[in-house]
Design a protein around this ligand. Structure first.
Ligand code: URA
Length: 243
């Protein structure tokens, strides 16, 4: 048995706070009766309606996919290109990606049907670390890397401080490999950050998401997260958001 507001939040309809408001406003019915108290617990067989719409409930599931390049971070694509859920045809739950990686970016991508979990991780104040390894054009100077670390002015505002490590460089081909650790998740952020210092990204991979790495997986392979891994991520996201 779970609290009603938690079950509504899990279904991805609203945050837990918003779910509480919906209950208090009398917009939620359990087995045909309006419930206006917050303490009520419900089981799997209880029929819940929010604004007269029955709640679809599924067992929450959590996966890590090693997303290959050339795949869309979506559940469907109008142009018929490969999407990340194509790797989960055996899974009956309706999972979707937590945030997105660009079509040409590979690496760690989470998928779940737990809306509350996804919202928590994607919340702008969530400071879950994401570690990217980029192959870039040219060899950056120390000062340029420092700029990335301090934060860089992009069209949608300055980026938060980041960790930057030059892993290697190739003088002959004029390329470098740089590790960048950020906690924000703006659209094409890593590519835009490198562009801003004059070293466009040639190849990009997300190596780590919070505590999760690609260890043991090949591109295109997925694994289900253990309850412990899910808990660790939740704790990480909550700790930071309450800062
Ligand atoms: N930053 C990017 O530029 N692309 C991604 O796919 C992820 C982060």
């Amino acid at each position: 048995m779970d609290r009603l507001q938690k079950v509504i939040a899990h279904a991805g309809i609203a945050s837990r706070r918003k779910a509480e408001e919906l209950i208090l406003e009398g917009k939620v019915k359990v087995n045909g009766t309006v419930v206006k108290e917050l303490g009520v617990k419900v089981g799997p067989s209880d029929k819940i309606e929010v604004n007269e719409v029955p709640l679809e409930r599924e067992e929450p599931v959590y996966f890590l996919l090693y997303k290959p390049r050339g795949v869309i971070s979506s559940v469907k694509d109008d142009k018929g290109r490969k999407v990340v859920t194509d790797y989960f045809t055996e899974i009956k739950q309706r999972i979707y990606p937590v945030g997105r990686l660009d079509y040409d970016t590979s690496g760690v991508l989470l998928l779940t049907n737990d809306g509350e979990f996804a919202n928590l991780l994607m919340h702008p104040s969530s400071e879950v670390e994401k570690v990217y390894v980029a192959k870039i054009k040219g060899i950056p100077q120390k000062e340029q890397l420092k700029k990335l670390a301090r934060g860089i002015q992009l069209e949608d505002g300055k980026t938060a401080p980041a960790k930057v490590k030059l892993l290697s460089f190739d003088k002959k081909n004029q390329t470098a490999i740089v590790e960048l650790t950020i906690h924000e998740g703006r659209n094409r952020q890593v590519r835009r950050m490198f562009e801003a210092i004059g070293h466009p990204v040639m190849k990009l991979k997300r190596e780590r998401y919070g505590t999760l790495t690609l260890h043991g997986l090949n591109a295109g392979e997925a694994k289900e997260l253990t309850p412990h891994e899910v808990k660790q991520l939740r704790v990480l996201a909550m700790k930071k958001t309450s800062k």
